[in-house]
Design a protein around this ligand. Structure first.
Ligand SMILES: Cc1ncc(COP(=O)(O)O)c(C=O)c1O
Length: 373
């Protein structure tokens, strides 16, 4: 914020690919966080990662392959451009994670074609993360079938364990890593995202920059200067992110515990601020859309239906985002609790009351509905 204030009067156009100091700061950030050989030349800055993902789909002439469930915008972007979209099924029992086996099967069954695989880790909507072995196995398949991988790591800093691993470590030559300020800096409105390309994909970066030049030109100048500070990191920012993770970890497990106590099927979250329960118990309801509409009108609690994320309409899954609390007050209070100590149930009841109350309403509503056990 200080940095944005200090740069408010910077008003000249910047290079299409981004402010050189920022591209350097982002490359350094990836080398630190992801242990990949990122270079300044491989960084592209854009007005949010959503726009960059769209530009990638526009410039890369291939099919889009995404796991079900996946974040809501990948598919509509592909449809706008007229690309083929293939959804790969996942299993709830396996944390809704794509497996190397199903990816391999898909590639063999559908022949060799240019394909863009988008993975999101930590995941929106599930709140779950891949483990290192799963990433290694997917990387092997991606290399064998020469897939272009976009690793959407917008929630990397919000891996609750603080130990994010990028698939780019195992498939560097074919992976673009996406990150931005929207989640870990809580600055979605600043509209700043970045892609990190390996040297083998430099021509794709250049093609995207050509489209950028003909459309948005460059990201707002003061924002790019302020983002240098964010990506350089350092004590204050690291402490802020550490506290954010700590709050989300404690709250995410409390929310999952409450749902499980009500015998609702859900995986405890490992990253970001989402859960993806399966409310199959409400046998009187036919679709996830109907479920979410009724929940909203009968309790005032909003969830997004699983079908928005590519799940079958009749599967009663939904995404819960557990961020409806005063983040500033919660952060200030968490700083007073020694780092070694987990944030207690009492703490959460005081500072995240709205979220816990909403979860209780959801649990009561699900348990009280038709169909019983
Ligand atoms: C998984 C995922 N990817 C990308 C985005 C887009 O982020 P932005 O365009 O703000 O960088 C979001 C935002 O909700 C998201 O959840």
């Amino acid at each position: 914020m200080e940095s944005l204030r200090a740069n408010a009067l910077q008003s000249r156009y910047l290079p299409v690919k981004g402010l050189p100091e920022l591209r350097k700061a982002v490359a350094d950030y990836h080398r630190r966080l992801n242990e990949i050989a990122a270079t300044d030349d491989g960084i592209l800055i854009g007005p949010g990662t959503k726009e960059l993902i769209f530009l990638l789909q526009l410039t890369y002439d291939g099919d889009l392959v995404i796991p079900s469930p996946s974040w809501v915008s990948y598919e509509p972007q592909a449809r706008l451009i007229g690309r083929n979209v293939f959804w790969l099924q996942t299993q709830k029992e396996n944390g809704w994670r794509l497996t190397a086996e199903s990816l391999d099967r898909f590639c063999r069954e559908h022949g060799e074609r240019p394909r863009l695989l988008i993975l999101n880790d930590p995941n929106n909507p599930t709140g779950l993360v891949f483990d290192e072995h799963e990433l290694q196995a997917i990387a092997r398949v991606a290399r064998e079938h020469r897939l272009l991988v976009l690793s959407d790591e917008i929630y990397a800093e919000l891996n609750h364990s603080g130990r994010h691993v990028s698939i780019a470590k195992f498939y560097p030559e074919g992976t673009i890593v996406s990150t931005g300020l929207s989640k870990w800096c809580s600055a979605g409105g600043w509209r700043l995202g970045s892609f990190c390309f390996p040297p083998d994909l430099q021509s794709l970066l250049d093609a995207m920059a050509t489209v950028a030049s003909e459309t948005y030109t460059s990201v707002a100048t003061p924002i790019q200067y302020a983002a240098v500070t964010a990506f350089q990191g350092g004590g204050e920012i690291e402490r802020y992110v550490m506290q954010t993770r700590r709050i989300l970890r404690a709250l995410g497990s409390a929310v999952a515990r409450r749902l499980r106590d009500a015998r609702i099927d859900v995986h405890p979250p490992q990253g970001a601020f989402y859960l993806f329960p399966d409310f199959a118990r409400r046998r009187d309801i036919k679709t996830s859309v109907e479920m979410c509409e009724r929940l909203l009108s009968e309790t005032g609690v909003a969830m997004l239906p699983g079908s928005d994320f590519g799940r079958p309409a009749t599967e009663l899954t939904a995404r819960i985002a557990y961020v409806n609390f005063d983040g500033g007050a919660c952060l200030a209070a968490a700083q007073e609790v020694p780092d070694r100590q987990e944030l207690s149930e009492d703490f959460l009841r005081t500072y995240c009351r709205e979220v816990l109350e909403a979860i209780d309403l959801v649990s009561e509503w699900i348990c009280g509905g038709g169909g019983g056990s």
